[in-house]
Design a binder for this molecule. Sequence first.
Ligand SMILES: Nc1ncnc2c1ncn2[C@@H]1O[C@H](COP(=O)(O)OP(=O)(O)O)[C@@H](O)[C@H]1O
Ligand SMILES: [Mg+2]
Length: 284
Amino acid sequence: MWFPTSTRTRATTTPRASSPEDAAAEAAGAEEPRAEKIRIAGLSLWYGEARALAGVDLSIRERSVTALIGPSGCGKSTLLRTINRMNDLVSGVRIEGRVALDGQDIYAPGVEVEILRRRVGMVFQKSNPFPKSVFENVAYGPRIQGVRDRALLEEIVETSLTRAALWEEAKDRLKESALALSGGQQQRLCIARALATNPEVILMDEPASALDPLSTSRIEDLIHDLKERYTIVIVTHNMQQAARVSGRTAFLLNGDLIEEGPTDRIFTNPTRKQTEDYITGRFG
Ligand SMILES: Nc1ncnc2c1ncn2[C@@H]1O[C@H](COP(=O)(O)OP(=O)(O)O)[C@@H](O)[C@H]1O
Ligand SMILES: [Mg+2]
């Protein structure tokens, strides 16, 4: 069955709140606790001699939105890329520590990176549709996975475009070049393309920062809908956006994860001075 909903492995543990304040916020119903989907533990990363991540610990819950915030160069994109091993493509990268998906170390020997990247899809800042038709952009991943049946491909394309809130606009334009779509539509197409391989986690690196306000708000609405089904990790330099879309926020500074917790609490009552300085605009 394509798009299985019941067969998906679920983590059984619910991570404990990281502080008494967070526990109180959760108890008050500020956020429904979710099982842990991704566990990052003691994660350090070097580009050659330069350390970009320094012992990061972070628990990411399933079917929720986690925002990574922090000043430019603090390691947000690097951390995001460790979750589907996109850093493997960069030469001179060295990693220590652990990233586990559903309890399984994704850096363990024998892990098939292609399968990992299907489970953990990615959407980039600059939309990057292939110079192919709208249909073929979405059908690309399933075709690579060996789907040949035309009716099934059509179903996947429709479902993915619907979930990416693009079907109504694109259903009569499936044969047109993807490059003829507007910027905001192209970004939703890239989200549809990521959904077409049936991922569990979607990584988004500043997915709306190149878009106009209306397209941005459509993407934010979409993220809100997608979290019912997917685990989303989003990098954003826009703190209002983090506040609008995420349930939890992690603040990074110079490769250190300074503080993580329910988004409301991080923005209203941070426990660390560096977090407060950042969210009040004192640096970054
Ligand atoms: N491919 C790379 N090669 C070498 N250094 C890199 C590379 N990508 C990022 N860096 C460095 O790692 C640090 C973190 O970068 P990055 O993760 O892109 O930060 P952010 O996304 O928070 O702006 C920066 O000092 C950056 O210059
Ligand atoms: Mg970045």
